[in-house]
Design a protein around this ligand. Structure first.
Ligand SMILES: Cc1cc2nc3c(=O)[nH]c(=O)nc-3n(C[C@H](O)[C@H](O)[C@H](O)COP(=O)(O)OP(=O)(O)OC[C@H]3O[C@@H](n4cnc5c(N)ncnc54)[C@H](O)[C@@H]3O)c2cc1C
Length: 322
C-alpha cells in the first residue's frame, strides 16, 4: 500500500512497540519465502494476521501513515525481494476464509482459496466460476489482479467487495468502483476482506465435469507443479473492461519470448520454463535477484528482437539486497 522506505534498517521488535494493540497476531521479522509459490525473498519487518475486518480497520486507523503497509495473499503472483519488506505485511488467515452460498450468490472471505470457492460453487449448482478452480491464489489477490482464465474473469462474476482503506475505513466496492481491466482493478491502498460473487444455475455434476476439463487443459499446457508465479509478463497490447481482449490478442508473451530465443534461458537458479516460456521458474536455489534479473534480461532480449516492451504481471515487493 505505502512504498517501502529505502535505506532504513529493519527492526521488527521496535516497530511492533510503535504499533497499536490488536486482537490478531503481530510477529517480528517473519521470513516470507515459505508464503510464496517461488519460495524466495527476505522477511517481513512485521507480519500482521488480523482477527477480522474490524481488527484490521482499527489497526490501520491507528497506525501512523508513514509506516508502509503491504498486503499479500498466498503469494502465487509475487516475487518478494531478498532484502525483505519494510513496515507491516498484512496476510489474512483464519477469520477471512469462510465461504457461503445462497441461491446463485457466493460470499467468500478474501483469504478463501479460489479453488475452494470454485468447488463450493459447483457443489451448490452455481455455474460460471469454473475458471477459478485452477487459479492458485486467494480471493483478495483475485480481486486485485482481476484473475481470469479461459476467457472468464473476476469481472464477469463480481457483485461487490469489502475492503479496508489505509485510513482504516471499511468500504464496499461496486463493479464501477472496481473498474476491472486486464489483470488489474482500480482500488489502490485497499486491503480486500471479502467478496460477493454470482453465477448461473446448472447441474452440479456438469459444473464439476467442466472444471475437470479445464484442469486437464491447464496441466497439459502449464508447469503447474514447478515453483513459478504463473505468467511472468502480461500479454502485450490490448485491454478491455473485463480483460477479455488482453487474453485473445494474437501477440502472446510466451510467443515473443520464444522467438527471442529465451526458452530455457537460465540465471543462477532461475530459468524460463521449458514447458511454458512465460513461466519464470525457481529451478532450485534461486534468489529473488536471480528471478528478477532474468526477467529483466528477457525483457531486453524481446525488445531487441521484436521491439515489444514486455510488462511484468508478477508483482515485486520489498527491497533488493544488491
Ligand atoms: C501455476 C500458476 C498458475 C496461474 N494461473 C493463473 C491464471 O490462470 N489466471 C490468473 O489470473 N492468474 C494466474 N496465476 C497468478 C496468480 O495465481 C493470480 O494472480 C492470483 O490472483 C494471485 O492471488 P494471491 O492470493 O496469490 O495474491 P499474491 O500473489 O499474494 O498478491 C498478488 C497481488 O495482490 C495483492 N493482494 C493480495 N491479497 C490482497 C488483498 N486481500 N487485498 C488487496 N490486495 C491484495 C498483493 O498486494 C499483490 O499486489 C497463476 C499462478 C501460478 C503459480
Amino acid at each position: 500500500m505505502t512504498p517501502p522506505q529505502e535505506g532504513v534498517a529493519m527492526d521488527g521488535e521496535a516497530l511492533i512497540a510503535a504499533l497499536p494493540q490488536v486482537r490478531g497476531k503481530l510477529q517480528p521479522m517473519v521470513p516470507l519465502a515459505p508464503y510464496t509459490w517461488l519460495r524466495v525473498g527476505g522477511p517481513a519487518e512485521v507480519l500482521f494476521s488480523p482477527a477480522d475486518a474490524q481488527d484490521l480497520a482499527a489497526f490501520l486507523r491507528e497506525t501512523p501513515g508513514h509506516i508502509p503497509v503491504t498486503a499479500v495473499g498466498v503469494g502465487s503472483n509475487l516475487i518478494v525481494r531478498d532484502g525483505g519488506v519494510p513496515g507491516v505485511v498484512v496476510r489474512l488467515g483464519r477469520g477471512f476464509n469462510q465461504i457461503e452460498t445462497d441461491g446463485r450468490v457466493i460470499r467468500a472471505g478474501a483469504a478463501a482459496l479460489d479453488a475452494r470457492v470454485a468447488l463450493a460453487a459447483a457443489d451448490a449448482g452455481i455455474a460460471g466460476l469454473e475458471f477459478l478452480r485452477g487459479v492458485p491464489g486467494a480471493i483478495g489477490g483475485a480481486l486485485r489482479m482481476n484473475a481470469g482464465a479461459y476467457g472468464r474473469y473476476m469481472a464477469d462474476i463480481f457483485v461487490e467487495a469489502q475492503g479496508v482503506t489505509r485510513a482504516g475505513e471499511i468500504v464496499l466496492f461496486t463493479p464501477d468502483q472496481m473498474s476491472f481491466s486486464y489483470r488489474d482493478s482500480a482500488p489502490r491502498d485497499v486491503i480486500f476482506t471479502a467478496a460477493v460473487l454470482k453465477g448461473a444455475p446448472d447441474a452440479s455434476d456438469l459444473i464439476h465435469a467442466r472444471m475437470q476439463e479445464l484442469m486437464a487443459k491447464r496441466e497439459a499446457a502449464q508447469p503447474v507443479k514447478d515453483r513459478t508465479a504463473g505468467s511472468t509478463f502480461r500479454n502485450p497490447a490490448g485491454f478491455s473492461s473485463t480483460g477479455a481482449e488482453g487474453e485473445s490478442q494474437e501477440l502472446k508473451a510466451w510467443k515473443v519470448i520464444e522467438e527471442a530465443g529465451c526458452r530455457g534461458l537460465r540465471l543462477g537458479g532461475a530459468v524460463m520454463n521449458e514447458k511454458h516460456t512465460n513461466f519464470l521458474t525457481n529451478a532450485g536455489g534461486a534468489s529473488a535477484a536471480d528471478l528478477e534479473n532474468l526477467g529483466e534480461e528477457v525483457r531486453r532480449r524481446v525488445m531487441a528482437h521484436s521491439g515489444v516492451d514486455l510488462l511484468w504481471e508478477i508483482e515485486r515487493i520489498g527491497r533488493r539486497e544488491d
